[in-house]
Design a protein. Structure first.
Length: 412
């Protein structure tokens, strides 16, 4: 008898590409990535859909290709979300225990989590994730569970990721036109981290950076919990724009120069080198200085890393990163990007590949990590979806989105 497998689909609506990851989960819970399809993205800017008509056609093509290549029928997806409107923060809940010699109960835990979830989000925002971190009981800190411990003061800590409801719903409306349902929505940065990191990385502490075309997402794990999430509204397209302006070339030429001659570090090895550009018949030949090109690119990439480094400083996270930095996304293909990241962060840097099983030609592709991670996120939420409210109900309005997270879960 053949083992029954469940298909999970991760959908990333990226600035440069629409990606659809197909995963299969066995009855025992084992997860395998089968295929990732991608098509050019023409309706998305900085992770947000700005041209619904173009985005709808791209979604249709990507989903059809995934169905054909993986031999599956897609009816539901796990949708990735990003953009400058997405943000994360930590919040604390407190409950005083009437008697210091009474053991803390599950009811106490529910009460203190409810207090931690009572947050005021920006107008028009809803929760994307509400992730349990740890508990404190009096002077005992970082407890995974306080149940059965005696104490007088119980504290809970959550990490909340939220985003603009209207911007998130644009993708939902397009998927509805394609007669597709959304099982869950997840922050792309979290998905990338779930794809890349092994349990020991999360334990030691790690910074995951996904260098996309329109945005750069980052996530910090330590002691197996999420400490920080963020989005920098800068990506590979910004590098292309900088080159077009600085070198006085077209966007197309700037992209070609970036891919063929670009590096993350400009040093003496490129001094005096000139690149001759192809030109149309009858027009004078053009040339650009290679050192100038690489300095422009290095400045933008350095600035992106420094913004993330500043966030680490502001949140006292430098001591949490025992496993170092993990890079993914198309920007991680830039030659010498690992060297630049090591220079900025002063930490070991790894060019990440998925920890999930599947063809190496799929799991090792840096651009695929967010879509693959969405599959893992969907698998981790399977049990919760079977008993809790539907995701669409949780997204219905910001206040309901808060109250619906009755049982915060740890991202695994």
């Amino acid at each position: 008898m053949f083992e029954k497998k469940r298909t999970i689909i991760g959908l990333e609506t990226g600035t440069a590409k629409i990606r659809v990851a197909v995963g299969e989960q066995s009855a025992t819970g084992a997860l395998n990535i089968v295929h990732v399809s991608e098509v050019e993205s023409n309706g998305v800017v900085k992770g947000e859909i700005v041209n619904p008509g173009a985005a709808l056609e791209d979604l249709r093509n990507a989903l059809a290709d995934a169905e054909d290549q993986a031999n599956v029928e897609i009816t539901h997806v796990v949708l990735g979300v990003t953009g400058r409107h997405v943000s994360g923060f930590n919040n604390r809940g407190v409950k005083m225990i009437p008697s210091a010699d009474r053991e803390i109960t599950e009811e106490d835990v529910e009460d203190v989590l409810k207090d931690a979830r009572a947050v005021a989000l920006p107008n028009g925002h809803c929760m994307i994730h509400c992730i349990r971190q740890n508990f404190n009981v009096d002077d005992r800190t970082n407890l995974p569970s306080p149940v059965g411990i005696c104490g007088s003061r119980l504290e809970s800590y959550l990490h909340v990721v939220h985003g603009n409801k209207d911007r998130s719903q644009t993708a939902f409306k397009l998927l509805k036109q394609l007669e597709l349902g959304v099982d869950e929505m997840a922050f792309n940065g979290l998905a990338s981290a779930m794809s890349l990191l092994e349990p020991e990385h999360k334990e030691l502490g790690a910074l995951v950076i996904d260098l996309g075309a329109g945005t750069t997402e980052f996530v910090v794990y330590a002691n197996r919990i999420i400490k920080h999430t963020g989005v920098v509204a800068v990506g590979g397209h910004n590098v292309t724009n900088d080159l077009a302006l600085g070198l006085r070339v077209s966007q197309v030429q700037a992209e070609q120069l970036k891919l063929k001659h670009g590096e993350a570090i400009a040093d003496d090895s490129c001094k005096g080198q000139i690149i001759t550009l192809p030109t149309d018949v009858g027009l004078p030949a053009r040339s650009v200085n290679l050192e100038h090109l690489r300095r422009i690119q290095a400045l933008r990439l350095t600035e992106t890393f420094e913004i993330i480094a500043d966030a680490l400083t502001d949140n006292d996270l430098w001591e949490c990163l025992g496993a170092g930095v993990f890079l993914c996304g198309g920007g991680s293909r830039t030659p010498r990007i690992q060297e630049l990241a090591e220079k900025v962060f002063q930490l070991p840097v790894t060019l990440g590949k998925s920890s999930l099983s599947g063809p190496t030609s799929v799991t090792s592709v840096p651009e695929f990590q967010a879509a693959i991670g969405l599959v893992r996120f969907g698998a981790s939420q399977r049990a919760r979806r079977s008993t809790g409210d539907s995701f669409m109900e949780r997204l219905a309005e910001p206040l309901k989105a808060i109250s619906a997270w009755r049982n915060p879960v740890k991202a695994r």
